[in-house]
Design a protein around this ligand. Structure first.
Ligand code: SF4
Length: 245
């Protein structure tokens, strides 16, 4: 065990120090020490995940904030580029949708009002887009990327079509391994999404997956990306923030 790890104090001890009435500066000292340890731990996990993705020929970068991600995207997406998107709370929180709406891009905006046939036409255009954006449902520290989808319009262009694909993922999407990823999706991501979309599924009522056969099933397709031929196609943007669910 490194000396640095020995210095990490549990939060309970910090509270006890507060209880003893020690000066605020002492409490702050211990709190800062804990914050630093947590930050270092998160950075190690992010780095481990990035390295695993790279070994699978998937380019990955780490960003501290959503603003850094937007600056990066502004610098590399040329004006006039055709850009499609998948449904993602993470993309919304980071400001990617806003960037595409206000920028000089040919934005395939799935959120615009349109008929069912028009939406189908837009989804098909995503396959020929220059860029496509999506969130993810889980990424393992081993570098496998998990995504579920109801109708496939999000996962299909991630796998094939658009020339470049950006997957944006908060720290909270990282799981240890496949088992943890599956549990995260079944018992958290899918039920929460079903509730958000007001779906008539068991998980929307109980918060737990029942492996249903519902007409509204939101997880008809579960994809796992384990690598790619072109290392410059799918790129993962990892953020040291909690984003989406
Ligand atoms: S299988 Fe059904 S119950 Fe389970 S997460 Fe999917 S929609 Fe929800």
């Amino acid at each position: 065990m490194e000396a640095k790890e020995l210095l990490v104090l549990p939060l309970g001890i910090v509270n006890f120090v507060t209880y003893l009435g020690l000066p605020t500066s002492v409490v702050e000292f211990f709190e800062n020490m804990n914050d630093k340890a947590i930050q270092d731990f998160r950075r190690l996990r992010l780095e481990r995940t990035r390295a695993s993705l790279q070994k699978r020929r998937i380019t990955a970068r780490i960003f501290a904030t959503g603003k850094e991600v937007l600056d990066y995207l502004r610098a590399i997406i040329p004006e006039g580029a055709t850009v499609g998107v998948g449904d993602s709370l993470t993309l919304s929180q980071v400001g990617v949708y806003e960037l595409l709406e206000t920028g000089s891009y040919s934005y395939l905006n799935k959120y615009a009002t349109m008929s069912r046939e028009e939406k189908r036409a837009l989804y098909l255009k995503n396959f020929d887009a220059d860029y496509f954006f999506s969130g993810v449902n889980a990424i393992t520290e081993e570098g496998e990327i998990y995504n579920l989808d109801g109708n496939g319009s999000r996962v299909a262009p991630i796998i094939y079509g658009p020339r470049r694909v950006f997957l944006v993922a908060g720290y909270n999407k990282i799981t240890l391994n496949e088992q943890e990823a599956a549990a995260r999706i079944r018992n958290y991501a899918a039920p929460t999404d079903a509730i958000r979309l007001n779906k008539n599924t068991p998980c929307a009522k109980t918060g737990k997956c029942a492996d249903c056969r519902s007409e509204d099933r939101i997880c008809n397709y579960l994809t796992v990306i384990k690598g790619q031929f072109d290392p410059n196609r799918i790129e993962v943007l990892l953020l040291d923030e909690e984003l989406g669910f």
